[in-house]
Design a protein around this ligand. Structure first.
Ligand SMILES: [Fe+2]
Length: 192
């Protein structure tokens, strides 16, 4: 059991780093969003993320350990990809869809991490830690669902835009690369 406790604390330090990296990335993503709804979603998630960091500190406390971050390389990669997307799609119609895609990858990573830590907290009979981790897990899931809804509404808007540009246009004569962008994002996070 002591091995699992060590592993738990190791993953906790990884997640603590991940959340802190996200604190820096979210304001940039909010700034790059063109729709007000998406910007607001990022801003609200930033406020939630501050709370997630503080809950992780409380989990460390429940284990009688000082809060310690261990660089999360996965989040580093996800944030780097997010930065690339902002650079590549800045000012383009698909920019919001690309931002949603990057954000949902982050949420899914966090959902996996929190889910695992919840299971281990249960095995380790750490009910206070479990309660804190579960609260955050629920918020990450809600954020993911909200992003899916935003992806769906932004792809609807793009479809309408296409119709008004050319009333003859339909999916078959649109370039494949253009068609592929939003529907894929809209699908992410659907299955639960
Ligand atoms: Fe979070």
């Amino acid at each position: 059991m002591s091995d699992l406790r060590e592993l738990f604390l190791d993953e906790l330090a990884d997640l603590y780093s991940a959340e802190k990296q996200l604190l820096k990335a979210l304001p940039k993503m909010a700034k790059a969003a063109s729709s007000d709804d998406l910007r607001q979603a990022f801003e609200e998630h930033l406020t939630q993320t501050e709370e997630h960091v503080s809950r992780l500190e409380q989990v460390f406390e429940a284990f009688d350990k000082p809060a310690k971050a261990k660089t999360c390389k996965a989040m580093q990669g996800l944030v780097e990809e997010g930065d690339e997307v902002i650079k590549d799609y800045k000012g383009e119609a698909a920019c919001d869809a690309a931002l949603i895609c990057a954000a949902q990858k982050v949420e899914h990573y966090e959902i996996a991490s929190y889910g695992t830590l919840c299971t281990w907290a249960e095995v380790l009979e750490q009910s206070d830690a479990l309660d804190l981790l579960q609260q955050t897990l629920e918020e990450e899931k809600e954020t993911d669902e909200r992003l899916t809804e935003l992806a769906e509404s932004s792809s609807n808007m793009e479809a309408e835009e296409g119709d008004s540009e050319d009333s003859e246009s339909n999916e078959d004569n649109e370039p494949r690369s253009k068609r592929a962008q939003t529907p894929q994002t809209a699908g992410a996070g659907r299955k639960r």
